[in-house]
Design a binder for this molecule. Structure first.
Ligand code: SF4
Length: 414
């Protein structure tokens, strides 16, 4: 499918009207038909060309301009062997797989999945620590549901629960602190997992937590992992689709130094398939223009400065630390540890747990999937020994994991 563009500096997508249906029109995006809202347009007819932004036709385009942009894109695509775009968000992966975007792209445009699933990047050691905490007397461990089946060295939190550990699924950190308040004779340890989106919610709870509450802190931050990926050069990345949820908290500024340092374009994207398509289109435009900018496609949610309230809370409770990610070495500054004033809520200190020997799942290639080195179906265990019913690695467990998403939408069979 040819990818269409107007002027390369124009960040909206041209399409040809095929037919009108009330306030909508079926439009041809270079061979792919989509419904577009035309309420903002006057006097348009089948055969007209329009610029589409966020699902709305916003301007008419002459046929000459449209054809010129088609030619420009086709020339660009012929000139390059391969363009590799990476996203770092499980929800983006879900949107891409569900809508079949990869199957619509020219063969030399690859969209690969990076370390965007917080459950998947959690290390086996951290899972072992959670299980060790669940084995202590009078301790209730709380976890988000996705973590329950992630394999540790010897079983999962679900297995621990089957062996009488008190492990409970919660929907938020506030459920966990409430549990602590309702059980003053017990200690409640929450497995605090997630990127910048979840970290402030945990922090809010810690600012007013009961003394019988603590967390196993595994919060991580995304830009440092992107920095590692670019600096390692393992996987030649031509552009990043930046994560919408994380960016709603951190804004667009923390990405800018990556674009400056590595001369790489980035587009912050929302989660609808049109958001992702538009982000890909914008990235291709930036690549064509050799323009290593950070562009915000998700302006309806993401502000340049981010959510300053949430950033203040993060800054108040955590300090940056260097942590290992699954499949990665220790990444400098990519973890969030509790500041001295909140150390009483650090379960590692409170319970002095140690995990001596860590055994990784045999044959699992989650680390390579998370670094964008292989696609899920390139793991020899994919759909054989490893399936959603019998997951070997976390990428098959989590709803945001690339392997479980590939199976759910049959993308590998596309
Ligand atoms: S298919 Fe299973 S074992 Fe292979 S990378 Fe994915 S989760 Fe890991």
């Amino acid at each position: 499918m040819p990818f269409w563009g107007g002027n390369l500096m124009c960040l909206a997508v041209p399409a040809r009207i095929i037919r009108l249906i009330g306030k909508n029109a079926v439009c041809d995006f270079g061979g792919v038909n989509r419904r577009v809202n035309i309420q903002l347009m006057e006097e348009i007819m089948p055969g007209d060309y329009v610029i589409v932004h966020a699902g709305y036709a916003i301007e008419k385009l002459s046929e000459e301009e449209a054809q010129q942009s088609i030619r420009m894109w086709n020339e660009l695509l012929k000139m390059v062997d391969e363009i590799k775009l990476m996203h770092v968000c499980g929800t983006h992966e879900e949107s891409i797989a569900r809508s079949g975007i990869r199957s619509l792209l020219p063969k030399n445009i690859k969209v690969i999945s990076g370390p965007g699933c917080p459950v998947c990047v959690t290390t086996t050691r951290e899972v072992d620590e959670a299980i060790a905490l669940g084995g202590l007397d009078d301790v209730i461990v709380t976890s988000f549901g996705d973590m329950m089946l992630v394999p540790g060295s010897e079983g999962s939190l679900m297995d621990a629960r089957a062996n009488n550990a008190d492990v409970r699924v919660v929907y938020s950190a506030s459920d966990a602190t409430e549990l602590a308040r309702n059980n003053p004779g017990k200690q409640v340890v929450h497995i605090a997992i997630g990127f910048e989106t979840t970290a402030p919610t945990t922090a809010c709870e810690l600012m007013d937590a009961p003394s019988n509450f603590s967390i196993l802190c595994t919060h991580r931050t995304i830009p440092e992992a992107m920095d590692y990926l670019l600096s390692s050069g393992d996987c030649a990345i031509d552009g990043f689709i930046d994560p919408g949820h994380v960016s709603a908290i951190i804004g667009t500024i923390p990405y800018k130094h990556l674009s400056d340092k590595y001369r790489i374009p980035q587009v912050v994207a929302g989660f609808e398939y049109l958001d992702v398509l538009l982000a890909i289109y914008m990235l291709l435009g930036l690549i064509a223009d050799e323009s290593p900018d950070v562009v915000n496609e998700y302006g309806r949610v993401v502000r340049e400065e981010g959510n300053t309230l949430a950033l203040d809370v993060i800054d108040k409770v955590y300090t940056k630390s260097s942590v290992k990610w699954r499949g990665f070495p220790v990444i400098p500054g990519s973890g969030l540890s509790l500041r001295e004033e909140y150390r009483e809520y650090d379960a590692r200190i409170k319970f002095d747990i140690t995990v001596d020997k860590v055994t990784e799942p045999a044959g699992c290639r989650c680390g390579d999937v998370l670094r964008g080195l292989i696609s899920p179906d390139e793991c020899p265990l994919f759909e054989t020994e490893c399936s959603p019913a019998n997951p070997v690695g976390p990428c098959m467990v989590s709803a945001e994991g690339a392997c479980s998403i590939a199976i759910k939408y049959g993308e590998h069979n596309a």
